[in-house]
Write a protein that binds this ligand. Structure first.
Ligand SMILES: *Cc1c(COP(=O)(O)O)cnc(C)c1O
Length: 376
């Protein structure tokens, strides 16, 4: 069976977790700080704050951006549902906008149409690792006085106009779930250049506490903590961070391997007129967290049939990225929502296997099987 994805974890990653456990310091401590410093240096951001996952990263980013009940935040419906959920956590309303068929990212023209007096922010997703047009959204945000937050859950190591994702906007959120390019089991990170955000994020992730456990532990004189505001327990553990440090060292190599596989798919499918392949324009660099292709109406085999035939031949695939507005959690408030492009993309796209290491014979088998099904 060829899986859709699998995390790349080595003996070295396991050893790092093992060593950390034996130090006796297993929750947020020195390893979290080291991971944050390495991640900030890697992305080119001034600061990085590690948290328990990307959903909590988004939640805290919305809080420090001052998003409140009654506010509207524009985001894609076609994204993992956590994007919209985080907006709900602060009591705000996600306003879903349309995406581009070629890269699954928000369409700035459609976003502008959905701005109202209540709009306070844009939550920009770099879908399955393909960067969105940050400059365009940055100007749009400035024009209307909105906050721009990036949901870069899938985009660690992707780049836009020569700079790594994480270095462009005020707040950028990453995920280290096993379905992403590097993993810590669960885990998240927020990058920022602003010291005020950095300090408040560190408070909020640990119950709003003025002194963290490590400072108290290392203190030579007694210290008492204060709790400045109602915070959360959104800590990453040192066990996770020690794995993250090792994973990060492999990220560039992993992306290179993923891009070779994507290039093979591209070469094999580029002449099929009934598929739309992912488009990486000049200045855009994807980590290929997933490889998704869109099947046009002229495709001789329907998407679901194609997935079943692939499965019968031992190849896992997945449907296109979900749309939140068609899920039970959002449906009852989505009667007026009109997103034909997003719905069409969800219904007619397919994700193909992409992981490291993927043996060439497996890759060639996926390609040959796919071609045989669509070109009977
Ligand atoms: C995976 C993902 C998330 C959620 O990340 P977690 O770390 O699992 O909380 C949020 N947004 C997008 C776009 C994702 O792909």
């Amino acid at each position: 069976m060829i899986p859709i994805a699998k995390p790349y974890l080595t003996r070295e990653d396991a050893q790092a977790a093992y060593d950390t456990i034996l130090t006796g310091w297993i929750t947020q401590g020195p390893k979290v700080q080291e991971f944050e410093e390495n991640f900030a240096a890697y992305t080119g951001a001034k600061y990085a704050v590690a948290v328990s996952n990307c959903t909590t990263a988004l939640h805290l980013s919305l809080i420090v951006s001052g998003i409140k009940p009654g506010d509207e935040v524009i985001c894609p419906s076609m994204s993992y549902i956590a994007t919209a959920n985080a907006i709900k956590y602060v009591g705000a309303t996600p306003v879903f906008a349309e995406v581009h068929p070629a890269n699954y990212n928000l369409d700035p023209v459609d976003v502008e149409k959905r701005i109202t007096a209540k709009t306070k922010a844009i939550l920009l997703v770099h879908q399955i690792g393909m960067p969105a047009d940050i400059d365009n959204f940055s100007s749009l945000s400035k024009k209307y006085g909105l906050k721009l937050i990036e949901d870069a859950a899938c985009a660690a190591g992707s780049a836009y106009k020569g700079k790594k994702i994480g270095s462009h906007s005020e707040l950028v959120c990453f995920s280290f779930h096993p379905r992403k390019v590097i993993s810590t089991g669960d885990g998240g990170m927020i990058t920022t250049d602003q010291e005020d955000h950095f300090n408040r994020l560190k408070l909020l992730r640990q119950h709003g506490m003025s002194v963290n456990d490590r400072v108290r532990h290392e203190a030579k004189q007694i210290v008492f903590e204060d709790h400045f505001e109602v915070g959360y327990n959104y800590r990453m553990t040192d066990i996770q961070a020690s794995v993250g440090i090792k994973q990060l060292e492999k990220l560039e190599w992993l992306i290179n391997e993923r891009r070779k596989i994507a290039a093979e798919y591209h070469k094999a499918f580029k002449d099929l007129e009934f598929v739309q392949l992912p488009t990486e324009n000049d200045g855009y660099f994807s980590n290929y967290q997933s490889y998704s292709i869109y099947l046009k109406k002229s495709c001789p085999v329907g998407r679901n049939d194609l997935m079943q035939i692939l499965l019968d031949q031992g190849i896992a695939s997945r449907r296109g990225i979900m749309t939140a507005h068609r899920e039970m959690a959002y449906k009852k408030n989505s009667n007026h929502v009109n997103l034909p492009i997003s719905e069409d993309l969800q219904d007619h796209s397919i994700l193909l296997p992409l992981y490291v290491p993927m043996e060439d014979k497996d890759l060639q088998y996926v390609i040959a099987t796919f071609l045989k099904i669509v070109n009977p």
